[in-house]
Design a protein around this ligand. Structure first.
Ligand code: GDP
Length: 195
């Protein structure tokens, strides 16, 4: 995909009304620090447009990036940051749930999982929410460059087993360092835009 224009068009807080977009939306979910901003930047061909989290868990907004005036990348708030209060965690959950419920233009949800670690309970919950709301998640296994090439298959299996998914669910290994996986994700987005 050739990225011509990128604009952070809408930022929604807990009380904001979601935008009435008419272009397809592709959402990105994952726990704080999983590499979500880095992935979104890579998919925008920008170095630091989406904020990378020096303070993980800080941002509690849903950010809509208008890409080429043709589609939106939707950056959902990162979950699972240990140091925030239960009450704040509940708010994030509500925001994500509302978004999944009320987004007619949402085409697909990408769920990011750190390839090095077993998926957490929150990751599993997020996966179940996506499915419950009628979407087929695409898993992105992030930080691929951090593991040895000989370990990749083992870790991919770990991610699948941790989420309890079979071969019917797509898992794409990705590295923001090498950009491996980026073309595959773009190809999926282009394919799904017409659906
Ligand atoms: P977010 O909280 O999910 O938005 O995560 P960030 O994109 O801010 O990334 C968290 C940290 O992981 C940062 O220090 C990034 O530089 C680092 N990071 C993200 N993706 C990768 C990757 O693919 N490879 C490596 N080596 N580091 C990454």
């Amino acid at each position: 995909m050739i990225i011509k224009t990128v604009e952070l068009e809408t930022v929604c807080g807990i009380t904001s009304k979601l935008p009435d977009n008419t272009k397809p939306e592709f959402a990105f979910a994952g726990k704080s620090n999983v590499g979500k901003s880095s992935l979104i930047n890579a998919l925008m061909n920008r170095k630091a447009y989406a904020r990378t989290s020096s303070q993980p868990g800080k941002t509690q907004t849903i950010n809509f990036y208008n890409i080429n005036d043709a589609l939106y990348y939707v950056d959902l708030p990162g979950y699972g940051y240990a140091k925030v209060a239960q009450e704040v965690k509940a708010k994030w959950g509500k925001m994500i749930e509302n978004y999944l419920h009320q987004s007619p233009m949402l085409k697909r949800v990408f769920l990011l999982i750190d390839i090095r670690h077993d998926p957490s309970v929150n990751d599993k919950t997020m996966y179940d929410w996506i499915v419950y709301n009628g979407y087929q998640p695409v898993i992105i296994a992030t930080k691929l460059d951090k593991i040895n090439r000989s370990q990749v298959q083992k870790h991919m299996k770990m991610v699948r087993q941790g989420l309890g998914i079979g071969q019917d669910v797509t898992v794409i290994p990705f590295s923001a360092e090498t950009k491996q996986g980026r073309d595959e994700i773009w190809a999926l987005i282009e394919e799904m835009m017409g659906e």
